[in-house]
Design a protein around this ligand. Structure first.
Ligand SMILES: *Cc1c(COP(=O)(O)O)cnc(C)c1O
Length: 390
């Protein structure tokens, strides 16, 4: 191992440095400036009595492994696992549970996770209680004799509610419960869940980590050796792994994570402040706003507020008019990209939810979600102003 590949080289360095010097930034064999794409399903076994480290790409691929070590380093975990999508990562992690188990979940969890829990895992007799995790009493009251895990998502989507992570994990540990957290919105740049006691961190890497709306990927990370072995068994057993090519693309995107997050977050803060003063906007949801009810807790556990701002324009007609008039953001499902993305939860992510349930959760017909990209914020604001004023 050359000096360049010595893990000591990155120990104690800043996050921004780790993003570029993560162990696989230089190919050991050739000195190439990026990890090679090992486009191979299987590996020649020269000595059958001594099987090589890699034998089959579902079980392990060197390019995917570089990515898995990369996310483990960034989250401060010990093992990472890459999957074909965020939902593949999340559903694989839920396979740690068994029939008869019960799990407590953030009520405004990502729509795909909600669907997995209510339409798929129910058939395996895995039971879920959804609670408003901003209210710790609701979490405590949900425990039952068969409760095995707590699944958090903070800030939640799309109303950006905040869960006190350390409070939940402290209680979960006392009760022998596994804790999982979907860290998609914050990324390890803003929020490091292991430092707050979480056991498994999950990502839709489709969003900020890849950052360019061109990769679908999911990641799971743990800092516990036994959990790592179990997750590996599930990754290999279920087989929803990320391809070598997508692994490479994701690493390429991740190198600029901090630069992108810093820029987008600065813009998101300006956008949220500007929207709060706008006559056509009835409510703004952003943990960075002074009147956000979860702001203090969020500041305790995260380094920034993220790049997603949700706001209410008062009615479905006004939202439709806004969506048809904006010139700059992509009007689409998804978030976390170099280009701004404007989504309409009522007809996109939360279309399957009954209207009353949607309204109870603050997801009104007038609510839109703005994922701020890297455009000049002045242009984004002018564009939005023109679209809002009609
Ligand atoms: C998009 C998303 C997911 C699902 O990820 P896919 O890559 O689309 O499968 C999970 N959680 C959150 C918070 C998301 O935004």
């Amino acid at each position: 191992m050359s000096d360049r590949h010595n893990p000591e080289k990155i120990a104690g360095r800043h996050f921004a440095t780790k993003l570029l010097h993560f162990g696989a930034e230089i190919d050991e064999q050739t000195g190439a400036s990026s990890a090679p794409i090992y486009q191979a399903s299987t590996f020649h076994q020269a000595d059958i009595m001594n099987p090589p480290h890699h034998d089959y790409s579902r079980s392990g691929n060197p390019t995917r492994e570089a990515l898995e070590n990369y996310i483990a380093l960034l989250e401060g975990g010990t093992r990472g696992f890459a999957f074909a999508s965020g939902m593949a990562a999340i559903s694989t992690a839920f396979m740690l549970l068994s029939a008869g188990d019960h799990v407590i979940v953030t009520e405004d969890v990502y729509g795909g996770t909600y669907r997995l829990l209510t339409a798929v895992l129910t058939r395996f007799n895995i039971e879920t209680t959804f609670v408003d995790m901003t209210d710790f009493d609701q979490v405590k009251d949900a425990i039952k004799p068969n409760t095995k895990a707590v699944f958090m998502e903070t800030p939640s989507n799309p109303t950006l509610k905040i869960t006190d992570i350390a409070r939940v994990t402290g209680w979960a540990k006392d009760n022998g419960l596994l804790t999982m957290l979907d860290n998609t919105f914050m990324t390890p740049y803003h929020q490091r869940p292991f430092e707050l006691g979480v056991d498994i961190v999950l990502h839709s890497a489709t969003k900020f980590l890849s950052g360019h709306s061109d990769v679908l990927a999911g990641l799971a990370v743990t800092n516990d050796e036994a959990l790592g072995r179990r997750l590996y068994q599930l990754q290999n057993g279920l087989g929803a792994v990320l391809s070598a090519h997508e692994s490479w693309l994701l690493m390429r995107g991740m190198k600029t994570l901090q630069a992108r997050m810093e820029h987008s977050e600065r813009s998101a803060r300006r956008l949220a402040e500007w929207l709060s003063e706008h006559p056509e906007v009835t409510q703004v949801f952003y943990p960075g706003l002074a009147d956000h009810p979860g702001r203090d807790i969020h500041e305790k556990q995260s380094k920034g507020y993220g790049a997603v701002v949700s706001f209410d324009v008062g009615s479905g007609e006004k939202a439709a008019s806004l969506l048809s008039r904006v010139q700059l953001p992509l009007v689409a499902v998804s978030l976390g990209a170099v280009e701004s993305i404007l989504s309409y939860p009522a007809k996109m992510s939360h279309a399957a939810m009954p209207r009353e349930v949607r309204y109870e959760r603050g997801i009104t017909d007038g609510l839109v979600r703005y994922s701020v990209g890297l455009e000049a914020i002045e242009d984004l604001i002018n564009d939005l102003d023109a679209a809002l004023r009609g």
